[in-house]
Every structure is written in structure tokens, then in C-alpha cells.
Design a protein around this ligand. Structure first.
Ligand code: TPP
Ligand code: DXP
Ligand code: MG
Length: 649
């Protein structure tokens, strides 16, 4: 790294590597405070250099280097359990728990995950990826520890953004009631992905300077002393419970009310203060909350200046912080969605947009700037987002919930109970539908077609490209009931965009190619691979028809039936779980009509979690690339009747 690059990274002159001697957290315990500080600087450099090549969650990890070292210095992992919320900030944890030499494989196919995984290390006490789960898991472990009578300490590390998730409050409520030993470390950097939102976040940010508190105390003391008789007694009581007095004026009052012992806020980059605080907390019985103030992106100037953009990054140039990924590319599905929603909202004042703490990721920033009163960021609170949308719909608005497919899983009952049962016109704009790549199994949006299509009143569609996404958004906002539009992460197909977007006939697919040997019925992004497979097969003299189904529900039954009967071989293709997915829907429909084809094969995600890695590798693994589809069709055509046909990945 050049001197120039060194300047970008706060920290000391490069010295002999301390990290190379850290094979487990035990090795930390023999370091002096000065050495720990040097180690922190070295780890910071390592994270920056690695993430610059692999991509990943840079700013969150730079903010917890000292916090992580102090935790592993003060506690005794894996005997003591450290549970990370979301887990996107676990890179330092991984570096000091035996994965230093594999760290360069971060998020790569076959490499280490970007999140904690129990099967990856004994030090990864609990897997993560979705927010707000750590306190529940930690409390469960604490209850188990008490049942087993073992002395392990249980520590949950949760960010201020993740603390806006409802289940975090459910866990705090339960922990205060159970009274079991539990340490919750609140990593408060005042950021979610974007600046944190919500009343609770502003409570947390209430920073009373020590001078303010001192003058408050003095004033209160002189007032109480002036009260004849009782004044002094009250003063004595307050002096005895000084903590409660302080807690009343600091964020701690809420945690104290939940029967947590509150410590903080403390400076999250001071190793000495952190270690001292953790050592103290180890000896406090019952639930403890330690409020730590950190800087997201700490120690790398571009990330400190713009933590939202450096929350999750692709490859970048360390010297400039600028992306080094492909420059010219078709617009992303997300940006096409965001622009289209702005266009439609211009003409329809009933349209409102809702995000759960992900305005950037879902493409709603422009909408929020143009229509601030019609934009709602509810924080990491997907369940609330859905029922909040239902409330808006009940009052005649057209809410669009823009959400990643995987995170919408959290609001399944709200979709059933509050939206579909009441047949309210809520639009679910489901981004990251299908495989997402390096975030891996916690983030692949591969269950939504299954978990939505069986709900009465729900309409489910998926566009073959970004142009059709615009038509589907228009269709959804014209529809009178609940509707989900699901589209993939990343760049579109680079097709021209029709102006203006037009409503599609609901339940109608489109025939893209004719053919007599087989019919490929595809939904969403994989339509392109199906067409490519048909071209490959045509080179061998095989003519297969291709249908862009457009709708998972309602299916275009007539179109599919017609071509199944013409060809005799049905191949369904989806980037969704095969279990209960699109292919199942087609077979159910044909069975109900008493017209199951002589031969059928479903191509999609098998009954297993798909690991992390580049999407083209993952698609090949599951047989969703054009060559694999062609191979599956070729095999199905040559296989004797009655023999089982399986997709070939
Ligand atoms: C249920 C759920 N919703 C949304 C996300 C996307 N997400 C990942 S990290 C993050 C922000 C977390 O903020 P915080 O907990 O404060 O951690 P920080 O990044 O600030 O360290 C969000 C919204 C998620 N992982 N899980
Ligand atoms: C950790 C987390 O859940 C988010 O940061 C997520 O990784 C964002 O995914 P995208 O990179 O697809 O926006
Ligand atoms: Mg935060």
C-alpha cells in the first residue's frame, strides 16, 4: 500500500504484523493495550484491502474493530457466546477466530461467508444475515445455560438500526422479565444503512454532555436542599440511586424500565474503556445493556464521509474509494423501478411508497425527495411496514411496499391476515427476487413465489426484463387487490424501455417462440436463459417453444395447456424453490384439468440452501444457465417414456 493510501487509513505506521500471530482469541489476551491498538490498525488495513477486492460490508466492519477486539479480550469465546446481529460486521471476529488465512476468500464461492455461520467456526455461536434476531437467540442460550447450570457468558451485539426491529423489543421485554444473565452490547453509530430513523433512534442519540448532567444535578440538589424537612431525604435517596438519576436523563431510562442494568454511552473506539466496561459487566447479575457509541466507517475517510454508500460495496480503488467495477452497464432493475414509480406517482396522488430501512437498496431515494409526504421509511420493521401499508390502502391510498424478497419473509402473516384476507390493494415491489449472489443463503429471494401464490386474493407476477417490469408496475397499480411484482438483483437485460408503461392483461402470458418438440414455460429473469437454450437446441435440429408466463397467479392456463398438448414435453423454469413454486403451480393446474403431460420436468432451486458466490456460478450449479437447460431438455427428449426426468445442474 502506498504512503498515499496509508494516509486514507487512520492508524499507525506499518509495523511487524501482530495479526499473523493471532490464531484464536486466547492470543489477544497476552497483548498489551498498545499492541491491541496496533492490531486494530492492522486489522483495519486488512479489511479495507480485502473488501476492495472481494466487495462486502465495509463501513459496518470498520466501525467495530476495537469493539470486537475488546469483546474477545474480555470474554472467553467459544465458551462464552458472542452473537452478532445481522452479522455483516463480523469480519474482525472472523480474523481473530482462526480465519485470517482464509479471509481473502470472503463471500467468494467456496470461501468463507460474509456472515457468522455455525458450521464455519465454533466461535460463530449463531448464524445471522437478517436483522434483530441476536437478543432472542442470546436469551435462548442464556436460558439454556441456566438450565444446564453452566457458567458461560452470553453476549449479543446489536446495532442501533437492528434495534428498530420488533423482535428485538420482544426479546428485551422477555429478558427483563426472565432476569437471566445476559449482556447486550448496543453498537450505536446512528446509522442503519442510511441514517437511522424512528423515535427510538432519537432517544438513543440524546447525548447529554457530562457538563449538562453536572449542572442538572447541582440545580436539583440546591432545589431539594431548599425544601424544608423532606428535601434532604429525597436528596439522599437520589444520591443512593445516582445511576437511576443519570439513566433518567440518558437513553438508559428505557432500558432501566425494562429492568436492564444500563451502562453508557461509552466511546466505542477506546479499547481501554471498552475492556474495563466488559470486565465490569461480567460481574453484574441479570440483563445488562452496554451502550457503545461508534463511527460507521471509522478509519477510512471515504467511508466515514459517506457511510451509507460504503455500507455494502463492490470492488473499489483504496486510494480513491471509487468503485472499480464495470462502469457502463444497463440500468439496474432497482433504478428502473424507482424511476417508473416516480413517473406513475406524478399522475396518481394516491401512490405512496414504503421502505423498511432500505431507501437506497430499493430505489426509493428519488421518490422520497420528490414526494416526502408520501414516502415512509419505517426502519427495520417489515411486519409493521406491511400492516402500515394495509392501513393506508384501507383509506384509499395505493401503497407500494418496496422490499427485498428475503426480508418480506418476516411479514408473512401480515400479508395473509392484514392484506389478502381484506383484499386490500397493496403492491409488493419485491427486489432481489431469486439468487442474489455473495450474500448467500440468508439473502437469496428464492421462496417468494412459493410463499405468496397459495394466498387467496394474491396476484403474483415476475417480468422477463426491465421493460416488462415497468408494465407490471403499472398493471399492479391498476389492480384492485393485493399484488406482488418480483424482480432480480442487479442489471437489466439492456432492452429499450417502452414509453409510457402500459397495463398488461392479468393472467396472460406471451408466446416468444414456437416449436413442436417441447415447450419451455419460464417466469421472470430465467426467460432469457430459456430463449438462449431454445437457440442452442435449434442448432441441433430441435425446435422448442418458449412461453414467458408473466404470472405465477393467475396462470395463463389456456396458453400453457395448448402448447403442452402440441409438444408433449413440458419444461418449467423458475429462479425459485421447486417446492411449491411456479412449476408446481403449472403441474397442479394441468392435473386439475385432467391434462397432465406425458413428460414434464421442473427446473429451479432444489430443496437445499444455495451457498454464497457469483450468481452465474450458482445458476450453473442448479441448472438454470442456458447450457444446462438445453442439456436437460435434450435428455428429456431422448429418455424412454416413464423414466424419471431430473433437471441437470
Ligand atoms: C430483517 C432485515 N431487514 C433488513 C435488512 C438489511 N440490513 C442489513 S444491515 C441493515 C442496517 C443495520 O443497521 P445497524 O444494525 O445499525 O448496523 P450497522 O450497519 O449500523 O453496523 C439493514 C437494514 C436485514 N439484514 N434484515
Ligand atoms: C447485510 C444486509 O442485509 C444488507 O446490507 C444486504 O447485504 C444488502 O444487499 P444488496 O447489496 O443486494 O443491496
Ligand atoms: Mg447502526
Amino acid at each position: 500500500m502506498t504512503r498515499q493510501e496509508e494516509k486514507k487509513i487512520e492508524g499507525k505506521e506499518p509495523a511487524p504484523s501482530l495479526l499473523s500471530a493471532i490464531d484464536s482469541p486466547q492470543d489477544l489476551k497476552r497483548l498489551s493495550l498498545r499492541e491491541l491498538e496496533r492490531l486494530a490498525a492492522e486489522i483495519r488495513r486488512t479489511i479495507i484491502e480485502t473488501v476492495a477486492c472481494t466487495g462486502g460490508h465495509l463501513a459496518p466492519n470498520l466501525g467495530v474493530v476495537e469493539l470486537t477486539l475488546a469483546l474477545h479480550y474480555a470474554f472467553d469465546s467459544p465458551n462464552d457466546r458472542i452473537i452478532w446481529d445481522v452479522g455483516h460486521q463480523c469480519y474482525t471476529h472472523k480474523l481473530v477466530t482462526g480465519r485470517r488465512d482464509r479471509f481473502r476468500t470472503l463471500r467468494q464461492y467456496g470461501g468463507i461467508s460474509g456472515f457468522p455461520k455455525r458450521e464455519e467456526s465454533r466461535h460463530d455461536a449463531f448464524g445471522a444475515g437478517h436483522a434483530s434476531t441476536s437478543i432472542s437467540a442470546a436469551l435462548g442460550m442464556s436460558a439454556a445455560k441456566h438450565l444446564k447450570g453452566c457458567s458461560s457468558r452470553i453476549v449479543a451485539v446489536i446495532g442501533d438500526g437492528s434495534l428498530t426491529g420488533g423482535m428485538a423489543f420482544e426479546a428485551l421485554n422477555h429478558a427483563g422479565d426472565l432476569g437471566k444473565d445476559l449482556i447486550v452490547v448496543l453498537n450505536d453509530n446512528e446509522m442503519s444503512i442510511s441514517p437511522n430513523v424512528g423515535a427510538f433512534s432519537s432517544l438513543l442519540s440524546r447525548k447529554l454532555s457530562s457538563r449538562t448532567v453536572m449542572s442538572l444535578k447541582k440545580e436539583l440538589e440546591s432545589t431539594l436542599r431548599a425544601i424544608p424537612g423532606v428535601g434532604n431525604n429525597i436528596l439522599q435517596i437520589l444520591k443512593k440511586s445516582e445511576d437511576s438519576f443519570l439513566a433518567f436523563f440518558t437513553p438508559g431510562m428505557l432500558f432501566q424500565a425494562l429492568r436492564f442494568h444500563y451502562i453508557g454511552p461509552i466511546k466505542g473506539h477506546r479499547l481501554d474503556r471498552l475492556i474495563e466496561t466488559f470486565e465490569t459487566a461480567k460481574n453484574i447479575r441479570g440483563p445488562v445493556l452496554i451502550h457503545v457509541g461508534t463511527v460507521k466507517g471509522k478509519g477510512y475517510e471515504p467511508a466515514e464521509c459517506d457511510p451509507a454508500s460504503f455500507h455494502g460495496v463492490g470492488c473499489f480503488d483504496v486510494r480513491t474509494g471509487k468503485s472499480s467495477g464495470p462502469k457502463e452497464a444497463p440500468p439496474s432493475y432497482t433504478s428502473v423501478f424507482g424511476r417508473c414509480l416516480v413517473e406513475l406517482a406524478e399522475k396518481d396522488p394516491r401512490i405512496v411508497a414504503i421502505t423498511a430501512a432500505m431507501p437506497q437498496g430499493t430505489g426509493l431515494v428519488r421518490f422520497s425527495e420528490l414526494y416526502p409526504t408520501r414516502f415512509f421509511d419505517v426502519g427495520i420493521a417489515e411486519q409493521h411496514a406491511v400492516t402500515f401499508a394495509a392501513g393506508l390502502a384501507a383509506e384509499g391510498y395505493r401503497p407500494v411496499v418496496a422490499v427485498y424478497s428475503t426480508f418480506l419473509q418476516r411479514a408473512y402473516d401480515q400479508i395473509v391476515h392484514d392484506v389478502c384476507l381484506q383484499n386490500l390493494p397493496v403492491v409488493f415491489a419485491m427486489d432481489r427476487g431469486g439468487l442474489v449472489g455473495e450474500d448467500g443463503p440468508t439473502h437469496h429471494g428464492v421462496f417468494d413465489l412459493s410463499y405468496l401464490r397459495h394466498i387467496p386474493n394474491m396476484t403474483v407476477m415476475a417480468p422477463k426484463d426491465e421493460n416488462e417490469l415497468r408494465h407490471m408496475l403499472k398493471t399492479a397499480l391498476h389492480h384492485k387487490g393485493p399484488v406482488a411484482v418480483r424482480y432480480p438483483r442487479g442489471r437489466g437485460q439492456g432492452v429499450p424501455l417502452d414509453e409510457p408503461p402500459r397495463a398488461l392483461p392479468v393472467g396472460r402470458g406471451e408466446l416468444l417462440r414456437e416449436g413442436d418438440d417441447a415447450v419451455l414455460v419460464a417466469i421472470g429473469h430465467p426467460v432469457a436463459a430459456a430463449c438462449r437454450a431454445a437457440e442452442l437446441l435449434e442448432e441441433e435440429g430441435l425446435r422448442v417453444a418458449v412461453i414467458n408466463a408473466r404470472f405465477v397467479k393467475p396462470l395463463d392456463k389456456d396458453l400453457i395447456l395448448d402448447w403442452v398438448e402440441r409438444t408433449g414435453l413440458l419444461v418449467t423454469i423458475e429462479e425459485n424453490a421447486l417446492q411449491g413454486g411456479f412449476g408446481s403451480a403449472v403441474l397442479e393446474c394441468l392435473a386439475d384439468e385432467g391434462r397432465l403431460p406425458r413428460r414434464a420436468v421442473r427446473i429451479g432451486i432444489p430443496d437445499a440452501f444455495v451457498q454464497h458466490g457469483k450468481r452465474d456460478i450458482l445458476r450453473k450449479d442448479v441448472g438454470l444457465d442456458a447450457e444446462s437447460i438445453a442439456r436437460t431438455v435434450r435428455t428429456a427428449l431422448t429418455r424412454p417414456h416413464g423414466a424419471p426426468i431430473r433437471a441437470i445442474g
